[in-house]
Ligand binder design. Structure first.
Ligand code: ATP
Ligand code: MG
Length: 201
C-alpha cells in the first residue's frame, strides 16, 4: 500500500504543544505512517522578523519529536539556500520517497485561508494534499477556497477536527521574555533547552 506521509512545516521558534498535538491527531485520523517536521530556513511569510538561528530551532524540534515513533525531523529546508518554498520541499521529497507516496501537508486554519498567496500554489495542490486542523471543519473558508481552486483543488484540501489550542510560538517567546512559565506549553526537553541556551530573553 502507498505510504501516506504528513509534512508539518513551520518556523518552530519554538515548537510547542499546539504543533505536536495537531500533528499527532492528524496522523492518527488519516493513518499517516510518519509526520515529518520541517523547520524553515528563511520563512517567506516572516521576512520582517529576526528568527532564531536554524540550529537552535532544529535541535528543539528534534527534542520535541523524538518521543513519538511516528515523528521525524528533516533538515531539507535548512540545507537549501534562499526562501523555503513548500513546492521545492515537496518536489525534493518526491525524489527521496517511493513514487506512490502521498504527501499531506498539515497546516493550521489560520494558514490555509492564505493558501492563495503561496508560491506556485496551483502546482503545489496537484503534488500534495493539504490537511487543515479545525475544530469542526468550520473555520475553513470553503467559499473563498472553492472560488480560487475549484473542485479539483478542493479534492486536495481536507479539514480534520483537532483540539483547538490557543498556543503560538509568539506567545511563548513573549512569556519567556516576561519571565512567565512555559511549562506544558512546550515539551520539558524544549523548555530546558530554552533555559540552558538563554533563548527569547
Ligand atoms: P509564530 O507565532 O512565530 O507565527 P506559530 O505558533 O504560528 O509561530 P509556526 O512555526 O509559524 O508556529 O507554525 C507552523 C505551523 O503550525 C503552521 O501551519 C501553523 O498554522 C501551525 N500552528 C501553529 N500553532 C498552532 C496551534 N496552536 N494549533 C494548530 N496548528 C498550529
Ligand atoms: Mg504562525
Amino acid at each position: 500500500m502507498a505510504k501516506r506521509i504528513g509534512i508539518m512545516g513551520g518556523t518552530f521558534d519554538p515548537i510547542h504543544a499546539g504543533h505536536l498535538i495537531t500533528a499527532e491527531c492528524v496522523r492518527a485520523a488519516l493513518g499517516l505512517t510518519t509526520v515529518l517536521f520541517i523547520p524553515a530556513a528563511q520563512p517567506p511569510h516572516k521576512q520582517g522578523r529576526v528568527v532564531t538561528p536554524a540550529q537552535h530551532r532544529y535541535v528543539m524540534t528534534q527534542l520535541a519529536a523524538c518521543s513519538n515513533p511516528h515523528f521525524r525531523v528533516s533538515d531539507i529546508e535548512l540545507r537549501r539556500q534562499g526562501p523555503s518554498y513548500t513546492i521545492d520541499t515537496v518536489r525534493e521529497l518526491q525524489q527521496i520517497y517511493p513514487a506512490d507516496t502521498v504527501f499531506y501537508f498539515i497546516i493550521g486554519a489560520d494558514a490555509i485561508n492564505e493558501l492563495a498567496t503561496w508560491h506556485e500554489v496551483d502546482a503545489l495542490l496537484t503534488l500534495c494534499h493539504f490537511v487543515t486542523a479545525t475544530r469542526q471543519g468550520s473555520e475553513l473558508d470553503v467559499t473563498g477556497l472553492t472560488a480560487r481552486f475549484g473542485a479539483a483543488g478542493m479534492a486536495h484540501i481536507h479539514p480534520v477536527a483537532t483540539p483547538q489550542l490557543e498556543i503560538s510560538s509568539t506567545a511563548i517567546r513573549e512569556r519567556v521574555r516576561a519571565g512567565l512559565s512555559i511549562r506544558y506549553l512546550v515539551p520539558q526537553a524544549v523548555r530546558e533547552y530554552i533555559e540552558k541556551e538563554g533563548l527569547y530573553l
